[in-house]
Write a protein of this length. Sequence first.
Length: 137
Amino acid sequence: MPSSASDLWTIARAGYSADLRWVEVAADLGLRPSRGRVDCVGALLGQRCREWPERRAGDPCVCRPLREEFGSINDHARRWIDAEGRPVLTLETYVPEGSRLDAFRAYCAAHGLTVETGERSPHLPGETLLLIVRPAQ
């Protein structure tokens, strides 16, 4: 039975239609998929991950705190390229408490990144929050 576009956004269809919902959201946001390493915010800043495929000597990569301190926020990550050719990271987190989200935003701002909140999260609509992380202008 074919489904309507609005039916894709019901929780009953959540388990198997997230990719279809992402097609809609990506088009709305002007994003196209990237083949870059998903969970390293350093790539958003033009850096290579210093922790993959194995930890390298020296300072830890800027992505380590994202994984260690904000692991629950760094959920369902996807990498994209925006209309201007800049890398974008999207995260779909189960709604964190306000102070944790504020700390995440502060971490990103300190590293030259902005965090926007999307209108709709394709993963589990109504249960997850879409965060869009971009390099600051």
